[in-house]
Ligand binder design. Structure first.
Ligand code: IVH
Length: 669
């Protein structure tokens, strides 16, 4: 074939394939069979292989996946990729509308409602109509260059219908059907499954080999136009129509609403219709349509004031309650935990849920073997909502709390005014072990390398019994234990030594005096300055301190009067543990106008939008305090991805729980 004829055929094939791609992946209206498509693609690939000089950046053959990369390059976004503030109910939506109208001085504001696609945000750069670079959101400022992987997504045009230069943003996602197929394949191969379509999409786009992404059947909805050269767009709805005309896949369910009532109706409609979609949505995004009004409202550091995300309420699922397990805590409280038939709820597999106490089990009439409704409170902590009593077969067993401690067999008691059952035996091994774990935890002595597993090991080997024993440990003893090497043993000894210099409040909290949480421990340390002063303090002297109540004061006095405690403190002092307060006097937070002022906040899980230390700094700037563990004095728990036991603690103490987006929104207020 003559060169010219070849070039012509290549162009013909590209046009045909682009048309098929568009029909199938953007319009969702295929006009040819897969076999026919594959035939054209094979022909194109062959011709390009034979004539490499004719290969172009926008050839549909690129979609099968190009070269394997070593690393993803970093990309700084031209303008930051912001996130959205959250609304959880109708009231929040009306508040948003009110603020928008006040902030813009408009009587009536037009909104565009869109489905909030549960995938990952990406930005796409086009120059003169050609797709040149695509990146992940990253931390909003800097993302990763995943152009090669994005090119495999057939709903992303490699060339636009016009020679436009622009940046488009949208959501890459994995359709539910593809997700199901992918996990079924993985299961067959004995591989780890993806928890949800969002993780599967993110995992696919983070592969250095684009061929993997190419096989993953990802798709893409565009939802924003950020930088368009040479043209002016006056409304968001207009931008979406324009993007659609350029060849992008826009979501067909978007709707322009003229009032907040219409917005609320849209939210309700899609909450009900959510299961009908072939992709996961986790809410509705509401945006001011008029660009001028958007500009008038502006943005905070993290999110625009002209848009908000309505988050759907927690998903509820049914599963079987297989058993009820008992755990003895540090203070002797025996907590029942439901063991569930593993079930997927809001993206993760749930196997256990705390049942808190016997009263709750009675109240909800929970039997072993029952089918129960499970949800995640605040979309995070698994919780048994209720029992499906109509599904009972008669085989279910009533649950009774034991009369004796499952660990030491002492009789359990219910203290006056408490719902919990307690083991009062101070030598109960479970309590001692939990007490040791508490002593080394982050808010207490914060001994690195000494977690639950190692403590249990040391305790079982009878190397430690009281907290003072921790300071007698030798490297040789550690080396004799399983999983300890030269390096880890010296590191641990070093960490133990370092903890001797902690300020008093850490020791005080670590001792685990009943009712004395991290916050109270700090207050006491600040006020009394030395352990000696505290040991001598009377109930009256203690309650004279702001924030220290009768119950706490009495508990502290009783604690220090105990002979074993006095021995323990003497021993700790002998081992060189610091017993004085080293911190600063409490800051004056009274005149700071912020939600966080004077509050104690715990951060847990992975925070995506800012690092732990940045979050801590911001809270402190706003007059709040960040604590390492949840206690009764915690005001708020901020739970990032994959949060663990602190959530359960927070729920137990009825602490308010926020996700990261909500937290960031409040920080920026
Ligand atoms: S607009 C400036 N529209 O939701 C705000 N976001 O925090 C730009 N998302 O990670 C976002 N569907 O990726 C917008 N129709 C939609 C969306 C959407 C999903 C994601 C977005 C971001 C998060 C918002």
């Amino acid at each position: 074939m003559a060169k010219e004829a070849i070039q012509q055929r290549i162009q013909e094939l590209r046009d045909i394939l682009n048309k098929f791609n568009y029909e199938y992946h953007v319009l969702d209206a295929p006009s040819v069979s897969d076999a026919e498509y594959d035939g054209y693609m094979q022909e194109l690939i062959l011709l390009e292989e034979e004539n490499p000089e004719l290969l172009t950046e926008d050839s549909p053959s690129i979609r099968v996946g190009g070269q394997i990369l070593d690393v993803f390059e970093k990309v700084t976004h031209k303008s930051p990729m912001l996130s959205l503030g959250n609304a959880f109910n109708e009231g929040d939506l009306r508040d948003f509308d009110r603020k928008v109208r006040q902030g813009s001085n408009e009587e009536n504001v037009r909104y565009v409602c869109e489905l909030k696609i549960d995938g990952l945000a990406v930005s796409l750069h086009y120059e003169k109509g050609l797709f040149i670079q695509g990146a992940t959101r990253g931390d909003g400022v800097t993302g990763e260059d995943i152009t090669q992987n994005l090119k495999t997504i057939k709903a992303i045009p490699l060339r636009l219908t016009e020679e436009a230069t622009l940046e488009a943003r949208g959501e890459a996602y994995m359709p539910k059907r593809s997700f199901g197929k992918l996990n079924a394949e993985k299961e067959e191969k004995g591989e780890m499954l993806f928890a949800n379509p969002r993780n599967a999409a993110a995992g696919s786009l983070r592969q250095l080999d684009p061929k993997i992404a190419a096989q993953r059947n990802l798709s893409f909805f565009v939802y924003g136009l950020t930088d368009l050269e040479g043209q002016t767009i006056t409304a968001h709805s207009e931008a979406l129509d324009f993007l659609e005309k350029l060849g992008f896949k826009t979501n067909p369910h978007r709707r322009v609403c003229n009032t907040i009532e219409e917005v609320i109706a849209y939210v309700e409609e899609w909450q009900a219709k959510r299961p009908e979609l072939d992709y996961e949505i986790d809410g509705i995004v509401i945006k001011v349509d008029n660009v001028e009004v958007q500009q008038q409202l502006g943005t905070t550091a993290k999110s625009p004031r002209w848009a908000i995300a309505y988050k759907f309420p927690a998903e509820e699922v049914v599963t079987k309650l297989l058993d009820i397990e008992l755990n003895v805590g540090r203070t002797g409280v025996v907590t029942p935990t439901a063991i569930l038939e593993p079930v997927r709820v809001a993206g993760t597999i749930v196997r256990r849920a705390s049942l808190h106490n016997e009263d709750l089990i009675r109240e909800k009439d929970i039997h072993i073997g029952d089918y129960v409704v499970v949800k995640k409170a605040g979309d995070i902590i698994p919780e048994v909502v209720n029992v499906l009593s109509e599904r009972r077969t008669g085989e279910e067993q009533e649950f009774r709390m034991p009369t004796h401690c499952p660990e030491c067999e002492s009789e359990l008691v219910r203290l006056e005014g408490e719902v919990a059952l307690r083991c009062l035996n101070p030598s109960c091994p479970a309590q001692i072990r939990e007490g040791l774990i508490h002593f080394v935890s982050r808010d207490a002595m914060n001994i690195d390398g000494l977690g639950e597993r190692v403590i249990t090991q040391l305790f079982n080997e009878k190397l430690i019994h009281t907290v003072a024993d921790i300071y007698t440990l030798t490297k040789e003893q550690l080396l004799a234990l399983e999983r300890f090497g030269e390096k880890s043993a010296s590191n641990l000894i070093e960490a133990i030594q370092a903890s001797k210099n902690n300020s008093l409040e850490k020791l005080l909290f670590g001792l685990g005096i009943r009712h004395v949480g991290a916050k109270a421990a700090r207050t006491l340390a600040q006020q009394f300055e030395t352990m000696e002063n505290l040991r001598k303090a009377t109930v009256a002297e203690l309650t004279a301190v702001n924030e220290i109540g009768e119950k706490m004061a009495e508990s502290a006095v009783t604690y220090f009067e105990t002979e074993e405690v006095q021995d323990l403190l003497r021993q700790l002092e002998e081992y060189g543990i610091n017993m004085t307060y080293k911190g600063i006097k409490p800051a004056d937070t009274a005149n700071i106008d912020s939600y966080f002022a004077g509050k104690t906040i715990v951060l847990t899980g992975k925070l995506e939008m800012m690092g732990r230390s940045e979050a801590k700094k911001k809270i402190e700037e706003l007059g709040g305090k960040v604590a390492g563990s949840v206690s009764k004095s915690t005001d708020l728990l901020v739970a990032g991805e994959a949060a663990g036991s602190k959530l359960a603690q927070a729920q137990k103490h009825n602490v308010e729980i926020w996700d990261e987006e909500r937290f960031v929104t409040e920080l920026n207020k």
